[in-house]
Design a protein around this ligand. Structure first.
Ligand code: NCD
Ligand code: ZN
Length: 347
């Protein structure tokens, strides 16, 4: 019989997470807090978290919803709009709990309608971010309906992000949830001030998953899954021990009935077993020795934070994933529902 491998890592962090609000927040937070020390919390609530004051209140709601005794730390972000002011960036820097500003191109994804139409109209804010070293987190897709959905990331990088990096030579950027070989190349060939997060689902699946035996809404997220050659480029980037590619689940809960719908919501729920899924992707690439850099070291280093001081362990095992979860009274269908995952987190 094959020996079951075990793996001990510095406790990882999630550098891109949707926690939502209200009952759902209380429900999903425990899943993340079990595995991760900290998370960069996305600001795309309704209404969006556009001010430090709103971020402070949201942070209090998160802390109040944590399981008793949890040491999980939410790292807050602000939602960039064309009315965000330079003074708000100064307040964010001074707050100590706002760690980044998120750019959603208007209309690109869930709750992005308050986002940015023309990034050049935010140049004063980008200059303020560059000045204080706070990263801009980017949903890197153009929204022009004339651009094919599978090309939107590549076109955004060339037409929007590259010029912005040229206009702001000190701006630090995280390209969030990258999905293409083009994005891997963009980050690898860029300067040290450019990094990227990768989700577990984009490392494990290509776009065929959306159409396996019928349409599968629980594999639908934005940016949408891409073809296999892109998935392979993402795995290669994540698993080589680079300090510029790190873990960001983009776990994005939507009620089951809103995903199984005529106009289904974009978002995949992975918070319940994210680390196990990443371990599976790294094991498949024979690169478990690089999981700690990806999950626990590269992110803190880019954000200027120390790594966590505790450790977690994983063991190779076959673990069933429930068909459905109930979180805060909401039915969620996690990635791999009704199937198995190849690793188990030891409590
Ligand atoms: C996210 C959500 O639901 O908030 N959805 C998704 O498909 N990833 C938004 C986002 O990160 O694009
Ligand atoms: Zn997201």
């Amino acid at each position: 019989m094959k020996m079951k491998r075990t793996l001990t890592l510095i406790k990882p962090d999630d550098w891109h997470l949707h926690l939502r609000d209200g009952d759902l927040l209380g429900g999903v937070l425990a899943d993340s807090a079990r595995q991760f020390g900290r998370a960069i919390v996305m600001p795309n609530l309704k209404p969006p978290v556009t001010t430090v004051q709103a971020a402070a209140a949201y942070r209090e709601r998160i802390l109040a919803a944590l399981p008793a005794g949890s040491a999980f730390v939410p790292l807050m972000t602000l939602y960039l709009t064309e009315s965000t002011t330079v003074e708000e960036i100064a307040r964010a820097r001074a707050s100590g709990f706002v760690h980044a500003v998120k750019l959603y191109p208007a209309g690109a994804t869930t709750h992005s309608d308050a986002g940015v139409r023309d990034l050049r109209s935010c140049d004063a804010v980008l200059a303020a971010l560059a000045e204080c070293g706070m990263p801009l987190l980017v949903h890197a897709e153009v929204t022009d309906p004339a651009v094919d959905i599978f090309d939107r990331e590549r076109v955004f990088l060339q037409q929007v992000l590259l010029p912005a990096l040229e206009r702001h030579p000190a701006l630090r950027v995280v390209v969030e949830h990258i999905t293409t070989a083009d994005a891997v190349r963009f980050v690898s060939q860029g300067e040290d001030r450019v990094a990227a997060t990768l989700t577990a689902h984009h490392l494990l699946y290509n776009r065929n998953a959306l159409f396996q035996g019928g349409f599968r809404p629980h594999y639908y997220c934005l940016p949408v899954l891409k073809r296999e050659t892109h998935r392979q480029a993402l795995v290669a980037a994540a698993t080589r021990g680079s300090p510029r590619f790190f873990l960001g689940t983009d776990s994005a809960p939507h009620a089951r009935q809103l995903k199984e719908h005529a106009c289904g919501c974009a978002g995949i729920y992975t918070a319940c077993n994210a680390l196990e899924l990443y371990a599976e992707a790294f094991a498949a690439a024979d690169a478990l020795q690089h999981l700690e850099t990806f999950a626990s070291l590269a992110g803190p280093s880019f954000y200027g934070l120390p790594p966590n001081s505790t450790r977690i362990s994983l063991v190779e095992d076959t673990v069933a994933v429930p068909e459905q979860l109930e979180r805060g009274g909401v039915a969620l269908v996690p990635l791999r529902a009704g199937e198995t995952v190849g690793w188990r987190l030891l409590d």
